[in-house]
Design a protein around this ligand. Structure first.
Ligand code: DQA
Length: 156
């Protein structure tokens, strides 16, 4: 059975393609899912791709992914927490508590934007951070998560 890579997307990312295209580009969330499916397929991984506008749902999903990783069924999560990046102690606690491998991802370079986007509650508990590569960052993040999981499995 193949290992799962989870890709979780937070609030307003369902609007990709028509939401501030100058910042987030023209690709829709369905395009991003197709890119992730192609990338996962090349690596022999199963993809679980989701989006929610609700903070608690992200917490539930992170806990679910933590259980799957602990049971050896998943390599971890590529997480675009969107605006919850900058506000959510609950997300930080969930990632820490679930002990799940997370790559934090932002389509835009948040550090070139408003000051309030410069702080992340997720970064201190992320295994790595992918920022500012547009939607192509999802492909790069899945590759990076896979490499990290493999390296850690070798050391274990
Ligand atoms: C985002 C950046 C966040 O600051 C913003 O709230 C988003 C998207 C990004 O992908 O660039 O919704 O996470």
């Amino acid at each position: 059975m193949s290992l799962t890579v989870y890709v979780f997307n937070g609030p307003n990312l369902n609007l990709l393609g028509r939401r501030e295209p100058g910042i987030y580009g023209a690709q829709t969330l369905a395009d991003v899912e197709a890119l992730c499916a192609e990338t996962a397929g090349k690596l022999g991984l199963s993809l679980e791709f989701r989006q929610t506008n609700h903070e608690g749902t992200l917490v539930d999903w992170i806990q679910e992914a933590g259980t799957a990783q602990a049971e050896g069924r998943a390599i971890g999560v590529v997480l675009n927490p969107a605006a919850y990046t900058h506000t959510s102690v609950a997300l930080q606690d969930a990632i820490k508590g679930a002990q799940v491998r997370v790559i934090e991802l932002h389509i835009s370079n948040v550090h070139q934007r408003e000051e309030f986007r410069h702080h992340s509650f997720v970064s201190p508990v992320a295994a790595g951070i992918m920022v500012g590569f547009g939607t192509d960052g999802y492909r790069l993040a899945i590759d990076a998560l896979h490499a990290k999981a493999e390296a850690e499995a070798m050391r274990a």
